[in-house]
Design a binder for this molecule. Structure first.
Ligand code: ADP
Length: 246
């Protein structure tokens, strides 16, 4: 579902991604871990082209794109890749003036041109799925952070993406609200959604990841099953990182 090779990205001369190769099979969950500033969020943002890589190749749901310096990027391909990637942000980013239901309908109606009745039906089903059917008519400020984030997940799902990308989805939450969000994510993983998750929740990585990817200083230092990484890490940098967070 996702294939990346030799991906590079810099900001003003700062080389943030330095040759990333990654492969995620359909229906699998990859969890990206690593120290702050190692490039995890930038990699995620490159996956849906919120950031444009400078070099390398990216393919999502068989839509391929090659980056090379000043080569012009085909905008129809960019659109197609964005359509396949749903993003869940740390700060939820819900529209404050729309209810939970309307937040989930908005993209379906405006971008996918779904009839309103159909979009509403889908939104209600997704709200039930994330355990918020009763909160459909509430505005974001009337919901807890955990509830807002679950609306954020439902909103991303409503666009029927091939891949869901999560950027530290529980980092902004009070500790007691983290569990409900992780439970929803776990459910999606078990249903066969393809997911890439940047998180500091090592319990989640251990339980849910098919692949754990450890990044440091813009490179993937080590990747493997949770057991490979958490029990049998080979690289000194991985070991140091794990030691710090334990
Ligand atoms: P992580 O998610 O692992 O904490 P990031 O991908 O957010 O790491 O950041 C990696 C590096 O890139 C950091 O040094 C950060 O300051 C820098 N960076 C990220 N986004 C930008 C940007 N838009 N402009 C300039 N520098 C950036």
């Amino acid at each position: 579902m996702i294939q990346i090779a030799g991906l590079h990205k810099s900001f003003d001369g700062l080389h943030v991604l330095n040759g990333i190769d990654l492969f995620v099979e359909k229906g699998k969950t990859a969890v990206i871990i690593g120290p702050s500033g190692s490039g995890k969020t930038t990699l995620l943002r490159c996956l849906n082209l919120l950031e444009m890589p400078e070099q390398g190749t990216l393919s999502i749901a068989k839509i391929g794109i090659a980056f090379s310096g000043n080569h012009r990027i085909d905008q129809t391909v960019v659109k197609a890749i964005r359509k396949q990637t749903g993003m869940v942000f740390q700060s939820y980013n819900l529209f404050p003036h729309l209810t939970a239901l309307e937040n989930i309908m908005e993209g379906q109606v405006i971008v996918l041109k779904r009839p309103k009745a159909e979009a509403r039906e889908r939104a209600v089903a997704l709200l039930s799925k994330v355990g918020l059917r009763e909160r459909a008519d509430m505005y974001p400020h009337q919901l807890s952070g955990g509830q807002q984030q679950r609306v954020g997940i439902a909103r991303a799902m409503a666009m029927d993406p091939g891949v869901l990308l999560f950027d530290e989805p529980t980092s902004a939450l009070d500790p007691e609200l983290v569990g409900d969000v992780l439970l929803v994510m776990k459910g999606l993983a078990h249903e066969g959604m393809t997911m890439v998750v940047v998180t500091h929740e090592m319990g989640f990585a251990r339980d849910v990841a098919d692949q754990v990817v450890f990044m440091d200083q813009g490179v993937i230092v080590e990747k493997g099953t949770p057991e490979d990484i958490f029990e049998h890490a080979q690289n000194e940098r991985t070991l140091q990182f794990l030691k710090k967070i334990r």
